[in-house]
Design a protein around this ligand. Structure first.
Ligand code: APR
Ligand code: ZN
Ligand code: ZN
Length: 361
Protein backbone atom coordinates (compact mmCIF):
# COMPACT_ATOMS: atom_id res chain seq x y z
CA UNK A 1 0.00 0.00 0.00
CA UNK A 2 1.39 3.44 -0.89
CA UNK A 3 1.95 5.49 2.25
CA UNK A 4 1.41 9.17 2.97
CA UNK A 5 4.06 11.03 4.97
CA UNK A 6 5.23 14.61 5.50
CA UNK A 7 8.11 15.95 3.41
CA UNK A 8 9.81 19.26 2.56
CA UNK A 9 9.04 20.31 -0.98
CA UNK A 10 10.59 23.13 -3.03
CA UNK A 11 7.65 24.05 -5.32
CA UNK A 12 9.37 26.44 -7.72
CA UNK A 13 12.42 28.60 -8.32
CA UNK A 14 13.27 30.63 -5.20
CA UNK A 15 9.87 29.94 -3.64
CA UNK A 16 9.93 29.14 0.08
CA UNK A 17 9.92 25.43 0.85
CA UNK A 18 6.74 23.85 2.25
CA UNK A 19 5.99 20.82 4.36
CA UNK A 20 3.59 18.76 2.23
CA UNK A 21 1.96 15.37 2.31
CA UNK A 22 3.78 13.09 -0.11
CA UNK A 23 3.01 9.62 -1.36
CA UNK A 24 5.62 6.85 -1.10
CA UNK A 25 5.03 3.78 -3.28
CA UNK A 26 5.86 0.30 -2.05
CA UNK A 27 9.42 -0.62 -3.01
CA UNK A 28 9.77 -2.19 -6.45
CA UNK A 29 12.58 -4.52 -7.55
CA UNK A 30 15.91 -3.29 -6.20
CA UNK A 31 14.28 -0.54 -4.15
CA UNK A 32 13.92 0.17 -0.43
CA UNK A 33 11.68 2.38 1.69
CA UNK A 34 13.66 3.96 4.53
CA UNK A 35 12.21 5.50 7.68
CA UNK A 36 14.37 8.60 7.92
CA UNK A 37 15.72 9.40 11.40
CA UNK A 38 17.95 12.37 10.60
CA UNK A 39 18.88 14.47 7.56
CA UNK A 40 21.40 17.30 7.41
CA UNK A 41 20.81 20.58 5.56
CA UNK A 42 23.38 20.98 2.75
CA UNK A 43 24.14 23.87 0.38
CA UNK A 44 23.07 21.62 -2.47
CA UNK A 45 19.50 21.57 -1.11
CA UNK A 46 19.53 25.36 -1.20
CA UNK A 47 20.89 25.27 -4.76
CA UNK A 48 18.00 23.00 -5.79
CA UNK A 49 15.51 25.42 -4.27
CA UNK A 50 17.16 28.34 -6.09
CA UNK A 51 16.96 26.51 -9.41
CA UNK A 52 20.75 26.29 -9.58
CA UNK A 53 20.91 22.55 -10.30
CA UNK A 54 18.06 22.04 -12.76
CA UNK A 55 14.46 23.12 -13.23
CA UNK A 56 12.74 19.82 -12.52
CA UNK A 57 10.47 21.30 -9.82
CA UNK A 58 8.90 20.31 -7.50
CA UNK A 59 11.85 18.89 -5.57
CA UNK A 60 11.69 16.76 -2.49
CA UNK A 61 14.74 18.12 -0.68
CA UNK A 62 17.26 16.48 1.69
CA UNK A 63 20.02 13.99 1.01
CA UNK A 64 22.38 13.68 4.02
CA UNK A 65 20.47 11.06 5.88
CA UNK A 66 20.39 8.00 8.07
CA UNK A 67 17.46 5.83 9.04
CA UNK A 68 15.98 2.37 9.32
CA UNK A 69 15.06 0.23 6.33
CA UNK A 70 11.32 -0.37 6.53
CA UNK A 71 10.72 -2.58 3.51
CA UNK A 72 12.61 -3.82 0.47
CA UNK A 73 11.56 -4.88 -3.03
CA UNK A 74 12.30 -8.02 -4.96
CA UNK A 75 15.92 -9.04 -5.35
CA UNK A 76 17.30 -6.90 -2.53
CA UNK A 77 19.85 -8.88 -0.53
CA UNK A 78 22.37 -6.40 0.88
CA UNK A 79 19.96 -4.73 3.28
CA UNK A 80 16.85 -5.93 5.10
CA UNK A 81 14.01 -4.36 7.09
CA UNK A 82 15.30 -3.16 10.47
CA UNK A 83 18.82 -2.35 9.24
CA UNK A 84 20.26 1.01 10.28
CA UNK A 85 21.64 2.61 7.12
CA UNK A 86 23.31 5.74 5.79
CA UNK A 87 21.98 6.89 2.41
CA UNK A 88 24.36 7.79 -0.42
CA UNK A 89 23.82 9.46 -3.79
CA UNK A 90 26.31 7.35 -5.69
CA UNK A 91 24.98 3.80 -5.90
CA UNK A 92 27.42 2.64 -8.55
CA UNK A 93 26.48 0.28 -11.36
CA UNK A 94 29.37 -2.16 -11.23
CA UNK A 95 29.18 -2.53 -15.03
CA UNK A 96 30.54 0.62 -16.64
CA UNK A 97 34.12 1.19 -17.68
CA UNK A 98 34.97 3.13 -14.50
CA UNK A 99 33.50 0.41 -12.29
CA UNK A 100 35.27 -2.33 -14.20
CA UNK A 101 38.57 -0.49 -13.98
CA UNK A 102 38.23 -0.46 -10.18
CA UNK A 103 37.44 3.25 -9.99
CA UNK A 104 33.74 3.18 -9.22
CA UNK A 105 33.83 6.68 -7.74
CA UNK A 106 33.91 7.82 -11.38
CA UNK A 107 30.85 5.68 -12.27
CA UNK A 108 28.55 7.63 -14.61
CA UNK A 109 25.69 5.20 -14.33
CA UNK A 110 24.59 5.50 -10.70
CA UNK A 111 21.32 3.94 -9.57
CA UNK A 112 18.26 5.62 -8.09
CA UNK A 113 14.76 4.32 -7.39
CA UNK A 114 12.80 3.76 -10.62
CA UNK A 115 9.41 4.63 -9.16
CA UNK A 116 8.46 8.19 -8.34
CA UNK A 117 7.29 9.67 -5.07
CA UNK A 118 4.43 12.12 -5.68
CA UNK A 119 2.31 14.84 -4.18
CA UNK A 120 -1.28 13.91 -3.25
CA UNK A 121 -2.51 15.08 -6.68
CA UNK A 122 -0.10 12.72 -8.44
CA UNK A 123 2.52 15.34 -9.37
CA UNK A 124 5.86 13.54 -9.56
CA UNK A 125 8.59 14.77 -7.22
CA UNK A 126 12.27 15.05 -8.11
CA UNK A 127 14.19 13.85 -5.07
CA UNK A 128 17.33 15.89 -4.35
CA UNK A 129 20.36 13.87 -5.49
CA UNK A 130 18.03 10.94 -5.99
CA UNK A 131 17.30 10.74 -2.26
CA UNK A 132 14.72 13.25 -0.92
CA UNK A 133 15.15 12.65 2.80
CA UNK A 134 13.57 15.71 4.41
CA UNK A 135 10.65 13.35 4.78
CA UNK A 136 9.48 10.85 7.36
CA UNK A 137 10.10 8.11 4.81
CA UNK A 138 11.73 8.00 1.40
CA UNK A 139 12.08 5.59 -1.52
CA UNK A 140 15.61 4.87 -2.76
CA UNK A 141 17.58 2.25 -4.67
CA UNK A 142 18.82 -0.41 -2.24
CA UNK A 143 22.38 0.35 -3.40
CA UNK A 144 21.95 3.78 -1.85
CA UNK A 145 21.72 2.17 1.60
CA UNK A 146 24.84 1.23 3.57
CA UNK A 147 24.46 -0.65 6.83
CA UNK A 148 26.50 0.72 9.75
CA UNK A 149 26.80 0.19 13.54
CA UNK A 150 23.30 1.04 14.84
CA UNK A 151 24.57 2.43 18.15
CA UNK A 152 25.70 5.71 16.54
CA UNK A 153 23.29 8.66 16.73
CA UNK A 154 21.43 9.12 13.40
CA UNK A 155 22.19 12.85 13.23
CA UNK A 156 25.89 11.95 13.28
CA UNK A 157 25.68 8.99 10.90
CA UNK A 158 23.74 10.95 8.29
CA UNK A 159 26.60 13.44 7.93
CA UNK A 160 28.56 10.87 5.96
CA UNK A 161 25.87 11.02 3.30
CA UNK A 162 27.46 14.13 1.76
CA UNK A 163 29.63 17.02 2.94
CA UNK A 164 31.57 15.41 5.77
CA UNK A 165 32.37 12.36 3.66
CA UNK A 166 33.39 14.65 0.80
CA UNK A 167 35.91 16.44 3.05
CA UNK A 168 37.31 13.41 4.85
CA UNK A 169 37.52 11.54 1.55
CA UNK A 170 39.27 14.46 -0.15
CA UNK A 171 42.08 13.95 2.37
CA UNK A 172 42.24 10.18 2.82
CA UNK A 173 41.07 8.96 -0.60
CA UNK A 174 41.82 11.61 -3.23
CA UNK A 175 44.77 13.32 -1.55
CA UNK A 176 46.11 10.09 -0.07
CA UNK A 177 47.46 12.12 2.86
CA UNK A 178 50.12 10.12 4.66
CA UNK A 179 51.88 10.07 8.01
CA UNK A 180 54.07 13.13 8.43
CA UNK A 181 52.65 15.04 5.46
CA UNK A 182 51.98 18.75 5.48
CA UNK A 183 48.44 19.65 4.42
CA UNK A 184 46.83 23.00 3.70
CA UNK A 185 43.05 23.28 3.64
CA UNK A 186 41.66 26.37 1.89
CA UNK A 187 38.11 27.15 3.04
CA UNK A 188 37.02 25.80 6.40
CA UNK A 189 33.29 25.26 6.22
CA UNK A 190 31.88 21.81 6.85
CA UNK A 191 33.76 20.29 3.91
CA UNK A 192 37.10 21.93 4.73
CA UNK A 193 36.84 21.06 8.42
CA UNK A 194 36.12 17.47 7.45
CA UNK A 195 39.29 17.56 5.34
CA UNK A 196 41.14 18.71 8.46
CA UNK A 197 39.68 15.77 10.40
CA UNK A 198 40.64 13.37 7.60
CA UNK A 199 44.19 14.77 7.42
CA UNK A 200 44.64 14.38 11.15
CA UNK A 201 43.30 10.83 11.00
CA UNK A 202 45.80 10.05 8.24
CA UNK A 203 48.70 11.25 10.39
CA UNK A 204 49.50 14.62 8.82
CA UNK A 205 52.17 16.41 10.83
CA UNK A 206 51.11 19.92 9.91
CA UNK A 207 47.60 21.00 8.99
CA UNK A 208 47.29 24.60 7.87
CA UNK A 209 43.76 25.97 7.80
CA UNK A 210 43.04 28.95 5.53
CA UNK A 211 39.85 31.00 5.60
CA UNK A 212 38.70 34.62 5.45
CA UNK A 213 36.69 34.30 8.67
CA UNK A 214 38.43 34.07 12.07
CA UNK A 215 35.49 32.15 13.58
CA UNK A 216 35.96 29.43 10.95
CA UNK A 217 39.67 29.34 11.70
CA UNK A 218 39.01 28.92 15.43
CA UNK A 219 36.70 26.03 14.67
CA UNK A 220 39.23 24.45 12.30
CA UNK A 221 41.76 24.53 15.12
CA UNK A 222 39.34 22.65 17.37
CA UNK A 223 39.00 20.08 14.59
CA UNK A 224 42.76 19.50 14.43
CA UNK A 225 44.39 22.28 12.40
CA UNK A 226 47.89 23.02 13.71
CA UNK A 227 48.18 26.46 12.07
CA UNK A 228 45.72 29.01 10.74
CA UNK A 229 45.99 31.71 8.09
CA UNK A 230 43.44 34.46 7.53
CA UNK A 231 43.72 35.11 3.80
CA UNK A 232 42.13 38.55 4.15
CA UNK A 233 45.14 39.74 6.11
CA UNK A 234 47.97 37.51 4.81
CA UNK A 235 48.93 36.08 1.42
CA UNK A 236 47.96 32.43 1.90
CA UNK A 237 50.47 31.08 -0.64
CA UNK A 238 53.34 32.88 1.09
CA UNK A 239 52.10 31.84 4.50
CA UNK A 240 51.78 28.17 3.51
CA UNK A 241 55.26 28.18 1.99
CA UNK A 242 56.71 29.76 5.15
CA UNK A 243 55.06 27.10 7.28
CA UNK A 244 56.44 24.29 5.12
CA UNK A 245 60.12 25.20 4.99
CA UNK A 246 59.66 27.21 1.79
CA UNK A 247 58.38 24.25 -0.24
CA UNK A 248 54.60 24.37 -0.12
CA UNK A 249 52.29 21.72 1.30
CA UNK A 250 52.42 18.06 0.31
CA UNK A 251 48.66 18.13 -0.13
CA UNK A 252 46.54 21.26 -0.65
CA UNK A 253 42.78 20.79 -0.39
CA UNK A 254 40.58 23.47 -1.94
CA UNK A 255 37.13 23.51 -0.33
CA UNK A 256 35.67 26.82 -1.54
CA UNK A 257 35.12 26.50 -5.30
CA UNK A 258 36.30 29.92 -6.55
CA UNK A 259 38.95 30.94 -9.12
CA UNK A 260 41.13 32.78 -6.61
CA UNK A 261 41.23 29.85 -4.20
CA UNK A 262 41.85 27.37 -7.04
CA UNK A 263 44.81 29.52 -7.99
CA UNK A 264 46.06 29.71 -4.41
CA UNK A 265 45.80 25.93 -4.13
CA UNK A 266 47.76 25.52 -7.36
CA UNK A 267 50.67 27.63 -6.11
CA UNK A 268 50.63 26.56 -2.46
CA UNK A 269 51.61 22.97 -3.13
CA UNK A 270 55.08 21.51 -3.02
CA UNK A 271 56.39 20.91 -6.54
CA UNK A 272 55.83 17.20 -6.06
CA UNK A 273 52.65 17.69 -4.09
CA UNK A 274 48.98 17.09 -4.79
CA UNK A 275 46.17 19.60 -5.17
CA UNK A 276 42.73 18.25 -4.34
CA UNK A 277 39.80 20.27 -5.64
CA UNK A 278 36.65 19.52 -3.65
CA UNK A 279 35.03 22.97 -3.80
CA UNK A 280 32.52 23.05 -6.66
CA UNK A 281 32.72 26.09 -8.99
CA UNK A 282 29.80 27.52 -10.98
CA UNK A 283 29.66 27.09 -14.78
CA UNK A 284 30.80 30.59 -15.68
CA UNK A 285 33.99 30.55 -13.55
CA UNK A 286 37.35 30.45 -15.31
CA UNK A 287 40.95 30.11 -14.20
CA UNK A 288 43.85 31.54 -16.19
CA UNK A 289 47.35 30.26 -15.47
CA UNK A 290 50.70 30.72 -17.22
CA UNK A 291 51.25 27.49 -19.14
CA UNK A 292 54.86 27.49 -18.04
CA UNK A 293 53.68 27.20 -14.45
CA UNK A 294 51.33 24.37 -15.35
CA UNK A 295 54.18 22.62 -17.10
CA UNK A 296 56.81 23.52 -14.55
CA UNK A 297 55.00 22.32 -11.46
CA UNK A 298 54.91 18.53 -11.18
CA UNK A 299 52.78 16.68 -8.72
CA UNK A 300 49.10 16.14 -9.30
CA UNK A 301 45.97 18.17 -9.77
CA UNK A 302 42.93 16.11 -8.81
CA UNK A 303 39.27 16.75 -8.30
CA UNK A 304 37.44 14.82 -5.63
CA UNK A 305 33.92 13.54 -6.28
CA UNK A 306 32.06 12.94 -3.05
CA UNK A 307 35.48 12.31 -1.48
CA UNK A 308 36.04 9.52 -4.02
CA UNK A 309 34.32 7.40 -1.41
CA UNK A 310 33.10 3.85 -1.56
CA UNK A 311 30.17 3.87 0.83
CA UNK A 312 30.40 0.19 1.69
CA UNK A 313 34.07 0.56 2.58
CA UNK A 314 34.19 4.07 4.05
CA UNK A 315 30.92 4.55 5.96
CA UNK A 316 31.28 1.59 8.36
CA UNK A 317 34.97 2.38 8.90
CA UNK A 318 34.37 6.05 9.75
CA UNK A 319 31.44 5.21 12.02
CA UNK A 320 33.65 2.70 13.86
CA UNK A 321 36.41 5.30 14.25
CA UNK A 322 33.85 7.76 15.57
CA UNK A 323 32.50 5.22 18.05
CA UNK A 324 36.05 4.56 19.23
CA UNK A 325 36.63 8.29 19.82
CA UNK A 326 39.31 8.56 17.15
CA UNK A 327 37.37 11.12 15.15
CA UNK A 328 34.56 13.33 16.45
CA UNK A 329 31.83 13.56 13.84
CA UNK A 330 29.53 15.07 16.46
CA UNK A 331 31.52 18.30 16.21
CA UNK A 332 29.88 18.94 12.82
CA UNK A 333 26.35 19.01 14.22
CA UNK A 334 25.64 22.61 15.17
CA UNK A 335 21.93 22.16 15.89
CA UNK A 336 19.11 19.69 15.50
CA UNK A 337 15.86 21.06 14.07
CA UNK A 338 12.39 19.96 13.02
CA UNK A 339 11.03 19.31 9.54
CA UNK A 340 9.37 22.74 9.53
CA UNK A 341 12.66 24.57 10.14
CA UNK A 342 14.49 23.88 6.87
CA UNK A 343 13.83 27.37 5.47
CA UNK A 344 15.25 28.91 8.67
CA UNK A 345 18.28 26.62 8.40
CA UNK A 346 18.90 27.88 4.84
CA UNK A 347 18.96 31.43 6.18
CA UNK A 348 21.36 30.48 8.96
CA UNK A 349 23.85 28.98 6.50
CA UNK A 350 25.10 32.45 5.70
CA UNK A 351 25.61 33.44 9.32
CA UNK A 352 28.96 31.75 9.52
CA UNK A 353 28.66 29.83 12.78
CA UNK A 354 26.73 26.84 11.45
CA UNK A 355 28.50 23.75 10.15
CA UNK A 356 25.41 21.56 9.93
CA UNK A 357 21.78 21.93 10.94
CA UNK A 358 20.27 18.46 11.06
CA UNK A 359 16.56 17.65 10.86
CA UNK A 360 15.69 14.90 13.33
CA UNK A 361 12.47 12.89 13.32
N1 APR B 1 39.39 32.17 0.82
C1 APR B 1 39.32 31.29 1.85
N2 APR B 1 38.17 30.85 2.36
C2 APR B 1 37.04 31.31 1.81
C3 APR B 1 37.04 32.22 0.71
C4 APR B 1 38.27 32.64 0.22
N3 APR B 1 38.37 33.50 -0.81
N4 APR B 1 35.73 32.46 0.39
C5 APR B 1 34.99 31.74 1.23
N5 APR B 1 35.77 31.06 2.10
C6 APR B 1 35.38 30.17 3.19
C7 APR B 1 34.15 30.59 3.94
O1 APR B 1 34.45 31.54 4.95
C8 APR B 1 33.68 29.26 4.52
O2 APR B 1 34.27 29.00 5.78
O3 APR B 1 35.04 28.92 2.62
C9 APR B 1 34.17 28.24 3.51
C10 APR B 1 33.05 27.61 2.70
O4 APR B 1 32.29 26.90 3.57
P1 APR B 1 30.73 26.63 3.41
O5 APR B 1 30.12 27.79 2.73
O6 APR B 1 30.23 26.18 4.73
O7 APR B 1 30.68 25.41 2.36
P2 APR B 1 30.93 23.86 2.55
O8 APR B 1 29.68 23.17 2.86
O9 APR B 1 32.11 23.61 3.44
O10 APR B 1 31.33 23.46 1.04
C11 APR B 1 32.48 24.02 0.44
O11 APR B 1 32.77 22.24 -1.12
O12 APR B 1 31.63 20.36 -1.79
C12 APR B 1 31.84 21.69 -2.02
O13 APR B 1 29.78 22.44 -2.97
C13 APR B 1 30.63 22.57 -1.88
O14 APR B 1 31.72 24.23 -3.14
C14 APR B 1 31.31 23.89 -1.84
C15 APR B 1 32.56 23.62 -1.01
ZN1 ZN C 1 29.55 2.05 -13.00
ZN1 ZN D 1 25.10 17.63 0.08
Amino acid sequence: MPQQVQGVVAPGKNEPVRVETIVIPDPGPGEAVVKVQACGVCHTDLHYKQGGINDEFPFLLGHEAAGIVESVGAGVTDVAPGDFVILNWRAVCGQCRACRRGRPWYCFNTHNAQQKMTLLDGTELSPALGIGAFAEKTLVHAGQCTKVDPSVAPEIAGLLGCGVMAGIGAAINTGNVGRGDSVAVIGCGGVGDAAVVGSRLAGAARIIAVDIDDRKLAKAKEMGATHTVNSRTADPVEAIRELTGGFGADVVIEAVGRPETYEQAFYARDLAGTVVLVGVPTPEMKLELPLLDVFGRGGALKSSWYGDCLPSRDFPMLIDLHQQGRIDLGAFVTETIGLGDVEKAFARMHEGDVLRSVVVF
